[in-house]
Design a protein around this ligand. Structure first.
Ligand code: 4AD
Ligand code: MG
Length: 504
């Protein structure tokens, strides 16, 4: 019997088994929020109903004690999950009194050190459920359309995405690298099967500590034969729309726990803007407006608004603190004011971060050098002007990977496409049309300093029945971060690996 089944047992007696995720006490009642992994249920332990002994047991329950609770299921819309249990019998499996993660705020390093326990918290539970649904809906999308899921190797002889961030391992005395991308193998598999996708772990050894980078992450990489850059963009758009809409429909409770404003996600119903790199650069530098909005101008306006808001909040904090200090307030009033002050201070943190960031964004947008790749802040500046994902294509070929097809009409550009998510999430998808010419590929392999021998098998794909083909890679964790509106990708995966962390 699990919390998710309570609906079918209203008015009946059931036994739930799980852990104490929250507890509150009144004189003769203990309120326990029990979690069983499937969901949450408030359990009401009334001294009158369970007797003194079990009531006293309930008083000893600390967070994460394991318990069995028997009682009557009562519908109550106000409760999370929608039901509560009026307990008639309580059995304690293990009473815990020193669970390290208390309800008070902990620093992120502490939480990460205790990731094996932190996963039990309500927010983390919700994130993992959303991640699970995203994975399910990704498979549905591709399977419904006849794509075959195939697995690329993890030990590889060569670099797919450049040599700077490879993890080297010892493969029976010979160097091997952990895969950065399954794509090159995906291309070979697509030539055999028509349309495939890989779904596997990928590794990048970049020493970057940004909110978007992990050193081990999961990537979904479809590869399609007889498909050009524009067909590729059509699939990307349909795919992202499908996944977002499916997750919003099936993860209502989880997204509510995460306080996610889903109307901001459902903008994916509209057509995704497609910009060339050249247009994106003009927008970034404020040389081209989007619907009458200018990137630099809106940043400057926002900075003024942020400054005004900071000073208003500081004033309010000072006033409330003065009122408390003046004395004469009832306990309830003091608490009310103290809570307000805490909330204001929390909001200030975000505003002060904006106050520091925005001038840097303006600076780097204005000074952006045409021909460079976009940095995280450039992506933020561009995407702020849109309320849905945008696709940027036709990049200067120098900044893109060796396998990108050159635009036949203008070989300065490579037919890569990046999808930039709204709300500051930046690049979630990178892909493109693949070069079909053996000669051009060889040139690129040399230019990138890659060992030709390790790519002979890849060149065979151009020697034996070469066809136009395209594909892309979605970073699962970035997708989860965007859908859940998380500050950092480290919360999107059960046990994150990023620069500086390998435990637990
Ligand atoms: O843009 P990337 O490097 O593209 C490729 O690897 C291509 N071979 C994909 C393809 O065409 N089949 O990576 C693709 C996506 C990025 O858009 C991002 O979402 C994610 O993978 N990603 C990362 N996610 C977390 N941490 C990192 N260090 C990431 N690097 C890339
Ligand atoms: Mg990329």
């Amino acid at each position: 019997m699990y919390t998710k089944e309570l609906k079918q047992f209203v008015g009946k007696e059931v036994t739930l088994k799980g852990w104490v995720s929250n507890k509150r006490e009144s004189k003769t009642i203990t309120f326990v929020v029990l979690r069983d992994g499937f969901g949450f249920c408030q359990c009401i332990i009334d001294q009158q109903n369970v007797g003194d002994e079990q009531f006293n047991d309930s008083r000893t329950l600390g967070l994460e004690s394991s318990v069995e609770m028997t009682g009557k299921v009562v519908e109550d819309e106000r409760q999370i999950g929608g039901y509560e249990l009026h307990v008639t019998a309580l059995k304690v499996l293990q009473a815990v009194s020193d669970y390290p993660i208390a309800k008070k705020e902990h620093g992120i390093e502490f939480l990460m050190d205790n990731r094996h326990l932190w996963l039990r918290s309500k927010r983390q539970w919700a994130v993992m459920k959303v991640r699970n649904r995203i994975i399910f809906s990704i498979h549905s999308f591709f399977q419904e359309r006849g794509f075959v899921q195939m697995d690329a190797p993890i030990f590889t002889e060569n670099a797919a995405e450049g040599t700077t961030d490879l993890f080297e391992t010892d493969y029976f005395g010979q160097p091997a690298y952990l895969s950065q991308s399954g794509q090159l193998y995906g291309e070979a598999m697509a030539m055999a099967m028509g349309k495939i996708y890989t779904f596997g772990p990928t590794f990048r050894s970049e020493k970057s500590k940004t909110r978007r980078h992990l050193s081990e992450f999961w990537m979904i990489e479809p590869e399609m034969t007889f498909c050009d850059i524009f067909g590729n963009m059509d699939v990307i758009e349909e795919f992202l729309r499908y996944v977002v809409e499916d997750v919003v429909e099936h993860c209502k409770e989880e997204l509510e726990i995460l306080e996610r404003d889903t109307s901001k996600l459902l903008t994916v119903g509209k057509k995704f803007p497609r910009l060339t790199y050249d247009e994106a650069v003009k927008i970034l530098k404020g040389e081209q407006d989007v619907d009458g909005q200018n990137s630099i101008q809106t940043l400057e306006n926002d900075l003024s608004a942020v400054k005004a808001s900071i000073s208003a909040k500081n004033t309010e904090i000072a006033e409330r603190e003065a009122a408390i200090a003046a004395g004469g307030m009832k306990k309830g009033q003091i608490n009310f004011n103290q809570n307000k002050i805490d909330t204001l201070k929390q909001e200030l943190k975000q505003l002060e971060e904006d106050e520091r960031n925005i001038p840097n964004w303006i600076e780097s947008a204005k000074n952006f050098q045409y021909g460079n790749d976009f940095g995280g802040s450039d992506e933020t500046v561009i995407t702020r002007l849109f309320d849905l994902p945008i696709m940027v294509y036709d990049w200067p070929h120098e900044v893109k990977a060796f396998y990108m097809k050159r635009n036949p009409e203008n070989p300065k550009f490579a037919r890569g496409v990046d999808v930039l998510a709204p709300e500051g999430y930046g690049e979630i998808v990178g892909g493109g049309e693949r070069e079909t010419s053996e000669e051009w590929l060889k040139e690129k392999i040399v230019e990138h300093g890659l060992p030709m021998k390790a790519f002979e098998w890849y060149l065979d794909l151009r020697r034996f029945g070469s066809v136009p083909h395209s594909g892309f890679g979605l970073g699962l964790e970035r997708m989860v971060a965007w859908i859940c509106k998380l500050e950092h990708v480290r919360e999107t995966i059960p046990f994150p690996r990023y620069y500086g962390r390998i435990a637990p």
